[in-house]
Ligand binder design. Structure first.
Ligand SMILES: [Zn+2]
Length: 268
């Protein structure tokens, strides 16, 4: 399919506010699932997502190229995009996150591994969770795709935040790795999990929070999770478990937040 045709379909099936982003990005049709499974038409309700015949995962039908994604997350696009989705600013989130999610995340993490130990958050955003974990006695490190935000959060919280998708290769291993609202953005799901595994101490644990939707009814109810430019994979419970199991991990649900499961994951 031609690039122009792809963009036409994307524009026809998204909010007009996304048009400038679609025009600045390059896309290619998804050819197979992360699991290697064949992709098929899913539902007329979701023209921009397909369904994997093997694992049930819903990959985006047109995947932004790696170059487009790098530009998207490392530039002002991402901020503009968040504004389109009416997301609060970094400072608003730093305050607001404390009122809902942070106390819950901290409880789950304490249950998985109490301090002192080393924690890495991948895609730490405004950094509030790491800031609070540091006060609780954890030794914290973050990574953030946005260079400006990484520097800002380091300064604001005193927690070292690397710029990128993962810390540098010579970085030590961690006892807890936190992945919140990030897995669905990773273009290469298998490599992402492998990379996480390589940075985990032998008895280390991973906490993941991401959209997981098992039925069409639930998907329609949480339609806002289907953002075709940034949410490249919407997992089902089965596809999520398979992704981690294939890498030698076992995932168990520790709770639920914003109607989506929170998982504690450890090596088998
Ligand atoms: Zn699959």
């Amino acid at each position: 399919m031609q690039e122009a045709q792809i963009k036409e379909i994307l524009i026809a099936n998204t909010n007009a506010a996304l048009r400038p982003f679609i025009e600045r990005m390059d896309f290619e049709p998804a050819t197979h699932c992360w699991c290697g499974g064949v992709l098929e038409h899913w539902s007329p309700e979701f023209e921009l997502y397909l369904q994997c015949r093997s694992c049930g995962c819903k990959p985006v039908r047109f995947r932004p190229t790696v170059e487009s994604l790098a530009r998207f997350y490392s530039s002002s696009y991402w901020y503009e995009y968040q504004q389109v989705h009416k997301c609060p600013t970094v400072d608003e989130r730093f305050e607001g996150d404390m009122l809902d999610r942070i106390p819950l995340y901290i409880n789950w993490l304490r249950g998985m591994r109490p301090p002192p130990c080393k924690v890495l958050e991948i895609g730490c955003g405004n950094g509030r969770l790491l800031f609070e974990l540091k006060q609780a006695g954890y030794d914290c490190t973050g990574v953030e795709m946005d260079k400006g935000l990484a520097a800002l959060v380091t300064k604001k919280t005193g927690v070292p935040v690397h710029h990128g998708s993962f810390p540098p290769d010579n970085d030590p291993v961690y006892d807890l790795i936190v992945i919140i609202d990030v897995l669905e953005h990773a273009p290469d799901q298998i490599n992402f999990v492998k990379n996480v595994k390589s940075r985990l101490s032998p008895a280390g644990k991973v906490m993941v929070h991401c959209p997981v939707l098992d039925t069409l009814e639930a998907s329609v109810q949480f339609r806002h999770m289907f953002n075709p430019l940034s949410h490249l994979w919407i997992h089902t419970s089965a596809s999520f478990n398979k992704l981690w199991l294939d890498a030698g991990f076992k995932a168990g649900k520790v709770g639920e937040l914003f109607n989506m499961p929170v998982y504690a994951i450890g090596k088998i």
